[in-house]
Design a protein. Structure first.
Lengths: 366, 332
């Protein structure tokens, strides 16, 4: 397959001087979802991808509703960014590879293998939702900005030291690229040739600050040049494009060829969180424009165009998603309330004197 | 038994080097890294010869970026390794504070034990050797204020070796601060081979009944000098080397206060909010009834550490200032 990164000289790369990689946007579907060129995915993969997108969208819609009903805490929606997250997560194996998401990445987490009830509990700030299952190598959503990048470089480098071919994928937004840790993490990943995908979802907004006030570079992926690694810009609302770009980056990483910076161009259709009021800082004209490029609509149109999808399949999928979510929600609702003394548990492997004293007090024993 | 082992005379840097060597040899998950740690063996030579012995995968140089070093180490630890990072000077830890405060000590808690960070961060700290600006800071109170981390500060080569090996074995993150003044200033018999000393225990390094001096790291030596002077006047001071600040061995502290009835807390960091304030507060909260005089602190002044060698000794507590404090608690 023709490399989407246009890496022509690997020896050159190894010396740390990548040519400016592809700053043209990788795209496979037009805005209506019609294939622009030959699609590098099997029909089975396309169907799997569409189902994963719909599953993510369904989760997001239900999560926002739950929040409105007071059954979820503050929640950061990802509406419109499903393809940018799902396309990457589909390339990873949960019990082998690693995912380090920021708070916006519930879709990536879901697709990677985090059970829905765990995600619900997580956004209820219930400790029962904080730890991924043992066979899901996902670190709990990062709340500080960009701290996950150096950590992901470490996780990725460790895979090589341990002799595994596993990779790590880490997510960040356009605003997060202004943080020092973004730079330090990318530099570490590059120097150690860590098997890492750094995925920047450029969704146009860092809460209220638009991307053009955040940076003077045209494309965040251009910054890859400063680290001597490939950078690629992808249409973040085109699942086929994101998936195939991420696939190639994962293969490179597994082969020991180091990290890739992926900039997924997308748009934050929803508010920053359920507590945010975007009318204070933006008009919704651009939102309406981006809604026309909805990743799910485009993918569905693509499937319909290829004769792979119809009304009946859609109805069946919706029903299945509903059933799954209801069962998972019931599981989450069954979770017992956290106990006050759990505050001082899991601070150390073994409780120390001060935690023991607090624990006894909180249990009413002292 | 450690007591029955063969010993050799080592200084603190040599003892630390030996501990790192033994940890690398014993546990294949241990990796040692930081700025100038690999080829050069560290600016103080703590990792001297280790890259040559264990290779570039186990002992390596990193880019010059402290947040990157700590963050990278957190990642290595989550993935199952036992990272031992060196921050070149404790005063250079500050760029890494986000990683330290937001993640290092919090990962076990925020993932309910799914991930933990068995990482050691070593850093030379403190003054007394005429270093340039920013090279003599004592940020132990900042670190002790981070939930989920342990803070260890050894005062002798034998202790440094055993405590460092225990820190590397520990399942939680440990800050291991090494007094620069003691790196080559102290030589002592050190048992050979692998041994650990328990974290979380203070120890009485000199027994006395007149007053208790609570100290750690580079201040232990200063307190010993003060105690020798006092002894010539017939005043026997007890010295308690706290050794581990978190978790703090309050039992040993209270037992000493009960015995002497007088407490002087000595630390070289800035006085306000320093770790000695915590020690004083614990005594006041739980051992006040034993006290026959107010607790007195001897600490750095509320000013940045002066990089001017001529006045450095006026900032860092010395035996004279410790004895002034002793006089105060004895004459109350």
């Amino acid at each position: 397959m023709h490399s989407q990164f246009r890496i022509t000289n690997k020896a050159h790369m190894a010396r740390g001087w990548a040519k400016l990689s592809n700053v043209d946007t990788v795209q496979y579907l037009d805005d209506q979802g019609k294939p622009l060129r030959e699609i590098p995915l099997s029909n089975e993969e396309l169907l799997k991808g569409y189902r994963a997108l719909r599953r993510a969208r369904y989760f997001d819609e239900r999560a926002v509703l739950l929040q409105r009903q007071g059954r979820l805490g503050v929640y950061p929606p990802f509406r419109g960014q499903e393809a940018a997250q799902v396309g990457v997560a589909l390339c990873l194996k949960a019990d082998h590879d690693w995912l380090l998401p920021s708070y916006r990445e519930s879709a990536a987490a879901l697709t990677f293998g985090m059970p829905i009830h765990k995600l619900i509990l997580s956004w209820r700030a219930d400790p029962a939702g904080w730890g991924a299952p043992p066979d899901v190598n996902m670190v709990q959503f990062y709340i500080p900005i960009a701290t996950q990048i150096p950590q992901a470089a470490g996780v990725a480098h460790a895979q090589r030291l341990l002799g595994k071919d596993a990779v790590a994928a880490v997510f960040i937004g356009d605003g997060g690229t202004s943080e020092g840790d973004f730079h330090e993490g990318l530099n570490f990943a590059s120097v150690f040739e860590a098997p890492l995908l750094v995925v920047v979802q450029n969704n146009g907004w860092a809460i209220s600050v638009p991307t053009h006030k955040q940076m003077k570079v045209k494309r965040i992926a251009q910054r890859a040049q400063g680290y001597g690694i490939p950078g690629v810009v992808v249409d973040g609302n085109d699942l086929v494009a994101v998936w195939s770009v991420a696939k190639e980056a994962v293969e490179r990483a597994r082969r020991g060829e180091g990290p890739t910076l992926i900039e997924a161009l997308t748009y934050r259709i929803a508010p920053h969180t359920t507590s945010d009021d975007p009318s204070r800082y933006r008009s919704e004209e651009a939102t309406r424009e981006w809604e026309k490029r909805d990743p799910i609509l485009r993918m569905r149109n693509c499937l319909v165009h290829l004769g792979l999808w119809g009304e009946e399949a859609e109805a069946q999928l919706t029903e299945a998603l509903e059933r799954e979510f209801e069962a998972e929600l019931a599981l989450a609702d069954q979770a017992r309330e956290p106990k006050p003394w759990e505050i001082v548990e899991q601070v150390y492997a073994e409780m120390q004197r001060d935690q023991k004293a607090a624990w006894s007090y909180l249990r009413g024993e002292a | 038994m450690i007591a029955e082992r063969q010993t050799r005379v080592l200084n603190n840097v040599q003892a630390i080097n030996e501990a790192l060597d033994l940890a690398l040899e014993r546990d294949p998950r241990v990796v040692v890294f930081g700025e100038d740690v690999g080829t050069m063996g560290g600016v103080f030579r703590a990792s001297d010869g280790l890259q040559q012995k264990y290779g570039e995968q186990r002992v390596f140089d990193t880019p010059l970026a402290e947040s990157g070093i700590v963050g990278f180490g957190i990642g290595l630890a989550m993935a199952g390794l036992r990272p031992v990072a060196e921050i070149q000077f404790a005063g250079f830890l500050y760029p890494a504070l986000d990683q330290i405060l937001s993640h290092l000590g919090r990962m076990r808690h925020r993932t309910r034990g799914r991930f933990s960070i068995p990482m050691v961060i070593r850093a030379p700290y403190g003054g007394g050797v005429k270093t340039p600006e920013q090279h003599a800071d004592s940020p132990e109170a900042i670190l002790a204020h981070v939930p989920g981390v342990k803070v260890v500060i050894p005062s002798s080569p034998e202790r440094a070796k055993g405590l460092l090996l225990a820190a590397i074995e520990d399942p939680d993150p440990v800050f291991f601060l090494e007094a620069i003044k003691l790196y080559r200033g102290v030589k002592a018999e050190v048992p050979e081979g692998y041994y650990t000393l328990p974290l979380g225990r203070a120890r009485v390094v000199r027994e006395g009944d007149a007053a208790s001096l609570f100290c750690y790291g580079g201040m232990v030596e200063v307190c010993q000098k003060a105690a020798e002077v006092a002894a010539r006047e017939g005043v026997e001071l007890e010295i308690v080397d706290l050794e581990t600040l978190v978790p703090l061995d309050t039992e040993t502290i209270f037992a000493s206060v009960q015995k002497t009835g007088r407490a002087v807390v000595v630390y070289e960091a800035m006085r306000t909010g320093g770790f000695g304030a915590e020690v004083a507060a614990r005594i006041a909260e739980e051992a006040l009834d034993y006290l026959q005089a107010p607790i007195v602190r001897v600490a750095g002044w509320d000013a940045p550490y002066p990089p001017f060698s001529a006045v450095e000794n006026y900032y860092r507590p010395d035996a004279k200032r410790v004895l002034e404090a002793v006089r105060k608690v004895l004459t109350h």
